[in-house]
Design a protein around this ligand. Structure first.
Ligand code: MLT
Length: 389
């Protein structure tokens, strides 16, 4: 019997984005002084909105004064932040949730990795292929069987319903990595399937503020009946610039048909002591009118980056998906190259860091993902270099 969890050691040696960082670092060591254009991991580059910084600093000062100091935060998050989430993220969509349905967290990455602890160890789970690797790796670590739902260009990268019974499915829309958003009709089909099959949907909505297609829902709760079968994950990272601050939320509605709210609270209270007070104040500020307007200007900047990249890649004769409802562009490799080979060529010949599609699953083979969350200078330079063969 092995000492280490055998499921953990059977994973790929490096987490996908750690491997990309390792290769980029190796290139920089071999080529000192060469500037890399970083369009790999989806990390934001613009600073926090002024109103958010102001709230963060004020809250830090409060922590230094006996009469305003705060210790442990409430397990589900401070009511001021939960109220702001309900008012800014859900009310405008016509979605009514209760404050007990919201669990403030340190981000959607942790939530989507941890949520599988609600499932029995023998539950089968379905994931799209290609997929954000966190869903797969966290379930593999727990020893679960994973069913892959191929998403291909011919079907607009929409997954087909599972052909064998599963207890849970992870959906991400707008999608990481393909950049494509599910339509209302497609999402309604998933909710109807989950209700009929008695399966739970884990819905990752981390990129919702990038959606512009009128037919793509921002929240799964815009679909009737979803509260009974779907949990949703929101993030402050890509919309409000919090990749370094860390804040997100999970929605576990009281209406959930398996009563998952109570066991999730039990799990959260055991393993988590809440997001730092200054970070929760900063998150609240990002949702109040001034900070919200300032932050959404940053989203518009990244969307303009995506537009520049999309135009340059298409002008270069490449086949590109995504980039309008999400900060990611999913690009078919030229000349039948495999995704690691094109990734290496882009790195060595054009100094552009991307993410090879194969890292997101077997169906990602033959694609490379470009992130538009870089600085404008890098994006414009990358767009210019892509045009030069
Ligand atoms: C990505 O590049 O896919 C994201 O940055 C990953 C994440 O949000 O954890």
């Amino acid at each position: 019997m092995s000492f280490i969890n055998p499921h953990l050691i059977s994973l790929n040696e490096n987490y996908l984005f750690a491997e990309i960082a390792r290769r980029a670092e190796a290139f920089s060591q071999e080529n000192p002084g060469v500037r890399l254009l970083r369009l790999g991991i989806g990390d934001v580059t613009l600073p926090l909105a002024p109103a958010v910084v102001d709230a963060l600093s004020r809250a830090a000062v409060e922590m230094g004064s006996a009469d305003t100091f705060r210790g442990y935060a409430p397990y589900q998050g401070y009511p001021f932040l939960i109220d702001a989430i309900l008012k800014t993220e859900y009310a405008p969509l016509g979605v009514t949730l209760h404050s007990d349905d919201i669990f403030v967290s340190d981000g959607a990455k942790s939530d989507t990795a941890n949520i599988q602890e609600l499932l029995s160890p023998d539950a089968k789970v379905a994931v799209c292929d290609p997929v954000y690797p966190v869903y797969v790796d966290s379930n593999l670590m727990a020893g679960r069987t994973i069913v892959h739902l191929p998403c291909r260009a011919e079907t607009g990268f929409a997954p087909a319903l599972p052909e064998i019974p599963v207890k849970a499915v992870y959906l991400c829309s707008p999608n990481n990595p393909t950049g494509v958003a599910l339509t209302r009709a497609q999402l309604a089909e998933w909710v109807a399937w989950a209700r009929a099959e008695n399966a739970v949907i884990f819905y990752d909505a981390a990129y919702r503020t990038y959606v512009e297609s009128p037919d793509a829902p921002r929240s799964i709760y815009e679909i009737d009946g979803a509260k009974e079968v779907a949990l949703e994950f929101g993030s402050f990272s890509k919309s409000y610039g919090f990749t370094g601050l860390r804040c997100g939320w999970a929605v576990v509605p009281a209406e959930n048909r398996w009563g998952l709210q109570k066991p999730w609270l039990r799990r959260v209270a055991t393993k988590f002591n809440g997001v730092a007070y200054p970070v929760q104040r900063a998150a609240e500020a990002a949702l109040l009118p001034e900070g919200h307007a300032q932050s959404l200007q940053n989203v518009r900047y990244y969307k303009e980056n995506a537009r520049l990249l999309l135009a340059a890649l298409r002008d270069a004769g490449l086949t590109v998906f995504g980039g309008t409802d999400a900060p990611y562009l999913w690009v078919k490799c030229p000349d039948g190259l495999d995704s690691w080979t094109w990734f290496d060529r882009l790195l060595r010949e054009k100094q552009i860091v991307t993410t090879p599609g194969e890292g997101f699953g077997a169906c990602g083979a033959g694609y490379v993902r470009f992130s538009s969350l870089g600085g404008r200078e890098d994006v414009a330079e990358a767009a210019a270099r892509i045009g030069v063969q």
